[in-house]
Design a binder for this molecule. Structure first.
Ligand code: NAD
Length: 471
């Protein structure tokens, strides 16, 4: 697209930088980095005033080395083809890094959702799904969308319902999309998953004493000053879990501007204020900042971009004072900004690792849909009985009884949310360790992003080499 940076090329620039640390043949690397299929389509929408508008939409499937492919759907007036391809590519690498057995995909509809009524959004979403069904770009074993920027549970429910209507009797139909409401085949913990995963990633990074010493920071999340850009699904939940984990939210930025309070903000109070007044500005006790951009340049320990890509460029990167950048958004750092951050000694925790919590829990939701049973339903009471037996044995051995409150807290057996959160925590911790180990092991790997890409390339390459190439 003329005049716009080509996000797909930017992702491939980073890919090539990481690929230099491998010895795979060029043809194999070319196959891994290319986008396998792109479906671009237009369809008509009848608006509430009777006029007809053409809607532009895409679905890109980046890699079919594992099936189904998976990735969110974005509603934004800024959507363009190479952006969807780039986001699909990031999904391939992300899934590989956290060992989620899917290829990468992404979808986009070029609309500003705020300009459409709920009925119009429903018609757009259902027609989009119908187009995907017609071309074989959706299905529990083919391609499984999820929420992204501008979409959420409501849209995912419409997609599931449309798919089921067009595929009557298909037993696994609910597995055609994730991020659904819990009451409609969704899984407990999916809504918060990306934010919670970001918290686990940051907590792991802050626990590394060598890395924290190099940054001039103490270990642990306690007291870390944090700035958040974007108070949507990802930004809100990441801010919540990090604050609860001990960080202080000193500034929050949204489209209309930013607010700052060095004593600390509460993301939910700010969210409610924005809901009531229509703006983040004027929040009691906080100072208004002239622009969103100004918040990014504040002196802080952790900076969390959680809005859109292309936030850090060669122009503003030299002015960034954060010690750690936690990439909640996909692609917030351009390839021109990365070397500047390296030179400034900033630790960038890369998107393809740290925002993978969403797809990880989407994978759990998909497993739940295929098994048709809630996690923990079969084992909760059994585990609770075992835990109670253990408590009784301890009481007998020590002669000291547990209080009713202790008994209820310890011997409860896991709920679905406990199991999902535990699976997410395990995934984020082990993937962080793998990425850090790759960086430490390979002389010359300059940062965690290249290390993460390197891990992803090895895993996708192994699929091609072990499965062979058809025919
Ligand atoms: P969302 O639509 O829920 O929230 C985005 C927020 O960013 C909105 O509140 C919006 O007003 C705000 N925003 C827009 N422009 C801004 C600007 N210039 N400055 C400050 N704020 C601005 O979207 P989301 O699902 O939270 O996604 C945000 C980012 O995280 C995207 O890059 C997305 O690809 C990525 N991501 C999302 C998920 C997920 O599970 N939803 C998973 C991984 C990555």
């Amino acid at each position: 697209m003329s005049g716009q940076p080509n996000f797909f090329e930017e992702v491939n620039t980073t890919f090539d930088e990481a690929a230099r640390f491998t010895e795979y043949p060029k043809g194999l690397l070319d196959q891994i980095r290319c986008c396998n299929s792109v479906y671009r389509f237009d369809f008509p929408l009848r608006r509430h005033d009777g006029t007809i508008e053409v809607i532009h939409a895409w679905r890109a499937e980046h890699s079919h080395h594992k099936m189904p492919v998976k990735g969110g759907i974005r509603y934004s007036p800024e959507v363009y083809e190479e952006e969807v391809m780039a986001l699909a590519a990031l999904m391939t690498y992300k899934c590989a890094i956290v060992d989620v057995p899917f290829g990468g995909a992404k979808g986009g509809i070029k609309i500003e959702p705020r300009n459409y009524s709920v009925e119009e959004l429903e018609r757009i979403t259902r027609r989009y799904t119908h187009e995907l069904v017609k071309k074989g770009f959706i299905g529990p074993g083919i391609d499984v969308p999820a929420p992204d920027y501008g979409t959420g549970e409501r849209e995912m429910a419409w997609i599931a319902d449309t798919y089921a209507a067009l595929n009557p009797g298909q037993l696994d139909a609910m597995g055609c999309v994730t991020g659904k409401p819990v009451t409609q085949g969704g899984v407990n913990g999916r809504r918060e998953a990306t934010g919670r995963g970001l918290f686990f990633a940051l907590r792991e990074a802050c626990a590394q004493s060598a890395e924290m010493t190099a940054l001039g920071l103490s270990t642990g999340l306690g007291g870390k000053r944090m700035v958040v850009q974007g108070l949507g699904n990802v930004g809100y939940h990441a801010a919540k879990f990090c604050r609860e984990g001990g960080a202080t939210l000193i500034a929050i930025a949204e489209r209309e501007g930013a607010i700052m309070n060095l004593a600390g903000l509460n993301e939910d109070e700010v969210f409610q204020h924005r809901k009531m007044t229509g703006s983040i500005l004027g929040f009691p006790g906080a100072t208004d900042l002239p622009s969103t951009a100004a918040a990014l340049e504040l002196d802080c320990d952790v900076l969390l971009p959680a809005a859109l890509e292309g936030v850090f460029t060669a122009e503003n990167a030299p002015r960034i004072k954060a010690r750690i950048i936690l990439e909640g958004a996909n692609g917030p750092t351009t390839p021109e900004a990365d070397p500047i951050f390296r030179q400034k000694g900033i630790m960038v925790i890369p998107d393809i690792y740290c925002n993978a919590g969403g797809v990880t829990v989407s994978y759990f939701e998909w497993l739940k849909n295929l098994s048709h049973v809630r996690f923990g339903r079969l084992s909760k009471r059994h585990e609770q009985a075992n835990e109670l037996q253990m408590l009784r044995a301890i009481e007998t051995a020590t002669g000291k009884p547990f209080s009713e409150e202790e008994r209820a807290r310890i011997a409860k057996g896991p709920d679905e949310a406990d199991l999902v959160n535990s699976g997410l925590e395990e995934t984020m911790i082990s993937a962080f360790q793998n990425v850090l180990e790759t960086k430490r092991k390979h002389v010359g790997v300059p940062d965690l992003r290249i290390a993460a890409f390197l891990n992803a390339i090895h895993k996708v390459a192994r699929s091609y080499m072990e499965l062979g190439i058809f025919p």
